[in-house]
Design a protein around this ligand. Sequence first.
Ligand SMILES: Nc1ncnc2c1ncn2[C@@H]1O[C@H](COP(=O)(O)OP(=O)(O)OP(=O)(O)O)[C@@H](O)[C@H]1O
Length: 705
Amino acid sequence: MTKVAVHIGQPSLIGFFALWHGVGGVKFDADSNELLTWALVKVAQPGDQIIALHILDAATECPASILSLVKTFDYTLAVYEGFCNLKQVDLKLKVCRGPSPKRILVREAKSFETTKLILGTSKTHNPLQSPASVAKFCARKLSNCFSVYAVRNGKVVFQREAIQTNFNQFQDKVPRDKSLVHLVSLPKSIRTDNGNCSYKSGLFSKHKTLEKNYAAYLSGNGSTDNRLSLVPIRTTKDNAVLVRKLPGWSLLRWVFLRKRYHLENSSAKKSVYQWVLKLPSQQSSAVVYPDLKQNCYYRKKNRSSDLDGETSAIVPVGCEAIFPLSACDFPEELQSLLEKSSSSCRLFSYQELLGATSSFMPENMVGRGGSSHVYKGCLPDGKELAVKIVKPTEHAIKEFVQEIEIITSLNHKNLISLFGFCFEQNKLLLVYDFLSRGSLEENLHGNKKDGNAFGWQERYKVAVGLAEALDYLHNSCEQPVIRRDVKSSNVLLSNDFEPQLSDFGLASQVSSSASHMTCMDVAGTFGYLAPEYLMHGKMSDKIDVYAFGIVLLELLTGRKPIDNNCPKGQESLAVWAKPILKDCDSSQLLDPQLGSGCEFHEIERMVLAATLCIRRAPLMRPQISLILKLLQGDQEVANWAEQEVRTSEEVDVSDEELYPTNIESHLNLALLDLEDDSVSASSDEQSLEIEDYLQKRWRRSSSFA
Ligand SMILES: Nc1ncnc2c1ncn2[C@@H]1O[C@H](COP(=O)(O)OP(=O)(O)OP(=O)(O)O)[C@@H](O)[C@H]1O
């Protein structure tokens, strides 16, 4: 399988080069996200390969930055993965270091035989270098086969179009598996002059086990320059690190396992290309689970089991080999949390959870998320549990503590409650009540799909319950919480379809005075991400409202937020549904699985709610409290909502005329938002007035008390 695109007349490779001098780590700030989104939406064509290059500042680089890089890339790739699949572009992120970013750009462009270069500069990291001046330099140094653009704030500020194409030349030279040219060469600090690797003490000093593994790796096989190549098709003289669109975990895993691969599979002579194709998918990359203790023990005796000789698939290797959590004392925060909530939340020992889950027997696994595996368990008294094993990552402990902190401070019937947790070295586990019907996603789109059991009444109950949970989080709990990752897989269903919002790993507690903030790490799930959050990292409670709107659409239509099996142009649920919502034609919208028993007024209200929630401009989206009232059948709010949808119709129509939607992606909504501040602003004001008016009415009217 090769991903090299052959599109006559179209670019096969696009180099997207943002100059970010990473200071104290690699960060994809709002500028970088904006530039990458711009390149993907405006320039990339199906089949293109995009290489996003980050230039690291060697002076400020530290081991932590290399490690945080993997995580940052994971986040970024996860956010863009859906869009890239949809648009059939292959996105790769690459990091280089060196004294002259301009020269690196030229060299990289030549080495990848890029046809288009898009340059931008992160204002945060590199305020001095203007993208236009760098682009001019590159244009001078590169032949006229290359198009060069400089982009600032979503606008092209320099443009040099290619005069002749290097397509043929490209086609001749590029190996068939060109798209898998991924280089992970060693950083300068660990190379000797002859290009071989040398271990420089202290490089990984904060990560002792990592250090040990690394040293072990170096001491073994490896006189080649590309020892750390993820796919060593090409050897470079540079000091580049490229992280491919693979599960981020695989990178570290690969880095540390490759030696063994060579030693133990050298006779197999499998190409690494083949090997990579056999890597487990992100979903199946069980890397670091403490539940595989027995396997670890077995592997100590027989190391070759780290890589399955037959399939070349990587089998789990035990947590310490991948990302060790440093041995640390029981965090004070957890201790005080336990004391505060001892009646509802208890500390489990790992042994106890091993017993409850039959040693995390594979048959007991009920689901997996991006950073966890979940097992069903049962205590001796018969209580059923869901035990979530959290992957140990660099920030795992912090996030683990934060999740416990947030979840134990909340109390609502539609929020999952934490039954307990386990914190032992390298083992982070969360213990919840077991919800027998699994997630809403499974009930709508997965193996628990059953049109008869999960009918209209049940779906409406889920919508109202979820709105109640969000209303509580935004407006009623002591410190407001932005949930950030509202999606159907995070909604669990009890036996009688009472929804419970789960997984507070990304939740953020916000001060009630801060109406919105900007965050650097855009995290969440593609298909549910509000445009302003995806594009600018603008975070407010309205991003939850947007995601809730997508869940409402899922409930109404039975469709997934992004479905690559849908006809072209209809893959994005939001983009597909918008014109139908505008026509108020619910018959086109409704899930065919929904038989009779649909209550017309409820459908109408849910359609209105979804229409308002997925509005592009955040301030045009009502507060969740208003949506809740609408779903609960408040006639006054329903009248307002109808009027609101009708009156804003024209704004939407003119927007679509201005910006054609043929890209048919969620991301183009983001761009509309970016380019259309004037429309948004005036609409925002209008919406504020209405909300203000209604708030006042509620205060006046006893029926709203
Ligand atoms: N308390 C529970 N009871 C029953 N099943 C559960 C429970 N918690 C989680 N699950 C199952 O495990 C799956 C994974 O849950 P988890 O919260 O870890 O991940 P996610 O939300 O799907 O993904 P991510 O963490 O990437 O957002 C859920 O979709 C659900 O099927």
